[in-house]
Design a protein around this ligand. Structure first.
Ligand SMILES: [Zn+2]
Length: 398
């Protein structure tokens, strides 16, 4: 198995190769596993929506959409808005043409922002939840109120008694910064927590159903070898740590397998196996086989469908019977006899035979079947095909 980081590598490799029939049978259900980390993944994904260093505010266009007016009307229409400009007055009523704070779920500035981020992660309003004080159980994604009930944020990371927030409007120097958005910028101690809130659906949001789909099976297939490719695609980011390929014959009997380690971060990995060099198996021409892959991703092992493929060329017709023109003969020393081999069926793919003598001191045999009597006694001359079919002639030498 090798890994390619990008499509170009594979396309370049494939252009020179012959593609023959590649069938996918049967389609299998995609396996899924439950794993944690969904809250953190959702929270971090909001960095795109609320970027570090931007401001959670909006451009005031009329005298009725400054921050104070939004608060009075409980108007959440600017709750998704960020700009690259700080609030002009921040607390006051900004004038048209200036920037001012947004509102959400009963809060302006840091409080509204934390409530909005919390809502974006869980779909639950912070205002609907009870206060908690058991800060030893604080978790990523919790809404916290800190510093004597003056500041809010959503927990981004926890390390021992310290934690960091997704927050706006507060900075390391302790000053308010006009709705500036920060991701983990300040290291807080849990002793500053006034209270926190946990989403009622926390475990449901944190559970990720990890799925793996197997895409674009393709191959370079010859008469006696094949390289089969597939792309394993997960529905989340993680780390691929292992892969394997297992070969079966047309009736599903195990033929060969290879497993190995991988080290790929992301959600996608190309896997392929060269059957001759990696699975150490020589294929027969014109014959169906199955190959099946596994990959280990975020600690779970996923198994692909069975991919059926057919090697190029014609399936070999096996020799079933060999005859010789004589089954026994008597020769004087120095004389020769030409034996002729009959190989059946007549359309057998590999019809050639090799000749051997059981005792070269009595009689030798040439590559074309000519027996030469050498010394007194008897021996066996054998004609044998590559698949082991044979016939013998007993030679008596006088
Ligand atoms: Zn503001």
């Amino acid at each position: 198995m090798k890994v390619l980081f990008g499509k170009n590598g594979i396309i370049r490799r494939l252009t020179a190769l012959i593609l023959t029939c590649m069938l996918l049978v049967p389609a299998m259900p995609v396996s899924t596993y439950a794993a944690g980390g969904g809250v953190y993944a959702k929270l971090v994904s909001l960095k795109n929506k609320y970027p570090e260093g931007y401001f959670w505010n909006h451009l005031v266009t009329t005298t009725t959409n400054d921050g104070d007016s939004l608060l009075r009307r409980r108007d959440e229409s600017f709750a998704n808005s960020v700009t690259s400009r700080p609030c002009a007055t921040h607390h006051g009523a900004a004038k048209p043409g200036q920037y001012d704070c947004n509102y959400f779920d009963g809060g302006l500035q840091c409080m509204g922002f934390a409530k909005k981020v919390f809502y974006d992660v869980f779909g639950v309003r912070e205002s609907s939840l009870p206060k908690r004080y058991d800060t030893g159980n604080l978790m990523v994604g919790d809404y916290v109120r800190i510093n004597g009930n003056t500041h809010s944020g959503v927990v981004l990371s926890i390390s021992g008694n310290n934690f960091r927030l997704c927050e706006c409007n507060f900075d390391k120097d302790g000053a308010h910064h006009n709705c500036l958005i920060r991701w983990g910028y300040v290291n807080y101690n849990k002793s500053c927590i006034s209270y926190f809130k946990r989403a009622s659906n926390y475990s449901a949001v944190d559970t990720v159903n990890l799925t793996m789909s197997w895409n674009n099976p393709r191959g370079s297939i010859g008469e006696r070898n094949a390289t089969i490719y597939v792309t394993a695609q997960a529905n989340a980011s993680g780390r691929f740590t292992a892969a394997s390929g297992t070969l079966y014959d047309a009736s599903g009997r195990y033929l060969a397998s290879k497993s190995e380690n991988a080290g790929v971060n992301g959600s996608k990995m190309d896997i392929w196996y060269n059957i001759a060099t990696e699975l150490k198996k020589n294929l027969q021409p014109g014959t169906y086989y199955y190959l099946r892959f596994t990959c280990t991703f975020s600690g779970k092992t996923f198994t692909s469908p069975y991919y059926r493929f057919k090697t190029a060329g014609q399936k070999a017709v096996a020799v079933q019977r060999v005859t010789l023109s004589r089954t026994s003969a008597v020769l004087f020393r120095g004389r020769s006899l030409k034996l002729k081999a009959g190989v059946y069926p007549a359309n057998a793919t590999y019809k050639s035979v090799t000749w051997t003598s059981s005792n070269k001191k009595i009689a030798t045999v040439s590559a074309s079947g000519t027996v030469k009597a050498k010394g007194r006694g008897s021996c066996l001359i054998t004609a044998r095909t590559s698949n082991g079919e044979k016939a013998t002639c007993r030679i008596y030498v006088w």
